[in-house]
Design a protein around this ligand. Structure first.
Ligand code: EPU
Length: 354
């Protein structure tokens, strides 16, 4: 087992922020995790699990031991009359998995094409786009408890998925496995994820951007590959490619308000973009709120608000004078304050601040 010291993380986080991991171990298999946990010097030290780094803001060097997940492999594990179950190692690139499933004739993940990050990070925030969330295609996952070394498997209910939320984002209450207070934040390392891709495939359309593509192309019954191509085009047109412009995707969650609160805001801002949810509450487009406060295209230092989508904060300094985590958080706070002052809504950041 190799413990690397002072490892630069600039290319391991999608913002391109400069920071170091004081100690880092690459995890290529379950055996590598066991070796770390059985090592008397490493067993009890605080640990930080790093996947693709596409949903983090680094505000300094990372002091906990970084476990860089590089567990690879993608395979069909089972097939029933109803579904294909595909498994991928946590270190696999998410978009490459989506592409692989489609190339092999297993549709279902096409709406989630081009989301940056790794397979292991995908359940943590229950990634979602264009009407599909990971939980809609999820079968189960394997993980290791970093305190006990125990391997365990969780189904969808045990992952407690919500909008950009799961059991992996909540702190644990001891000895309460399975009870409502159960959380696995900083406690588990996801090793493999399985997806159930139904054979009775139906396209998920209806999202405005997809409908525009459908009308423009006159293809009324697109197949999964066609949708995949449309999603890639839509994302490339409005979201920055992290390889060219550092970012962490949507920086804030879309807030949910009550019908009464929404009616009050609509009275003041009739154009506000909002969607009714099944439970009667209303989801507001955070990008629209930020845009309405005049932030689109603005910057603080090298932290900027993307000019084509105000929900995305970007690194305007490139690799030569990259944004700092402090600048990103200063900009995020300023945006939160503006939106709160104008609309009375406190936006919640999506990325994990390290
Ligand atoms: N809008 C503006 N101005 C802006 C940005 C957006 O007016 O600067 C308006 C748009 O015109 C649109 C509405 O806000 O009417 C919603 O925008 P968009 O369709 O781009 O979707 P979103 O709600 O901003 C969410 C996800 C994205 C996902 C898209 C498509 C969250 C936090 N974000 O964005 O996910 O790709 O829907 O499904 O839910 C991510 O999480 O990193 C991510 C990119």
């Amino acid at each position: 087992m190799l413990v690397e010291k002072n490892v630069p993380l600039q290319s391991s986080n999608s913002f391109g922020i400069v920071a170091k991991a004081l100690s880092l171990i690459r995890i290529g298999s379950e055996a590598d995790i066991a070796a770390v946990l059985q090592d008397p010097a490493l067993h009890a030290v605080p640990k930080f699990v790093l996947g693709g780094g596409s949903n983090i803001v680094l505000t300094g060097d990372v002091k906990p031991l970084v476990l860089k997940v590089e567990i690879m492999g993608t395979r069909l594990v089972s097939e029933t009359t109803k579904a294909w179950v595909v498994e991928a190692g946590a270190g696999e690139n998410w978009h490459e998995l989506v592409t692989w499933t489609l190339q092999n004739g297993y549709p279902g993940l096409e709406n989630l094409a081009l989301i940056p990050g790794t397979v292991g990070a995908s359940p943590v925030q229950n990634i979602g786009a264009y009407g599909v969330e990971l939980q809609d295609r999820f079968d189960s996952l394997d993980a290791v408890d970093l305190t006990t070394g125990r391997n365990f498997t969780l189904n969808a209910a045990q992952c407690a998925f919500g909008y950009r939320d799961s059991v992996f984002k909540h702190a644990s209450t001891p000895a309460s496995f399975g009870s409502p207070g159960f959380g696995l934040a900083d406690k588990a390392l996801i090793t493999r994820v399985r997806f159930s891709l139904p054979k009775l495939w139906k396209p998920v359309l209806g999202y405005a951007d997809i409908e525009k593509k459908r009308v423009a192309s006159s293809i009324h019954e697109p197949d999964a590959l066609q949708i995949y191509e449309w999603i890639c085009e839509i994302r490339r047109a409005k979201l920055p490619d992290p390889k060219l412009i550092g970012n962490a995707g949507s920086f804030f969650k879309n807030p949910t308000v009550s019908l009464e609160q929404c009616a009050d805001i609509i009275q003041r801002e009739p154009k506000i973009v909002h969607y009714r949810l099944a439970d009667g509450s209303v989801k507001l487009a955070a990008g629209w709120l930020i845009d309405a406060c005049g932030w689109r295209g603005k910057s603080i230092g090298n932290a900027g608000v993307y000019d084509k989508q105000a929900l995305v904060l970007v690194n305007r300094g490139g690799t030569s004078s990259p944004v700092t985590g402090g600048e990103v958080m200063t900009l995020a706070k300023a945006i939160q304050t503006s939106v709160y002052e104008l609309f009375g809504i406190l936006l919640q950041p999506e990325p994990v601040v390290v």
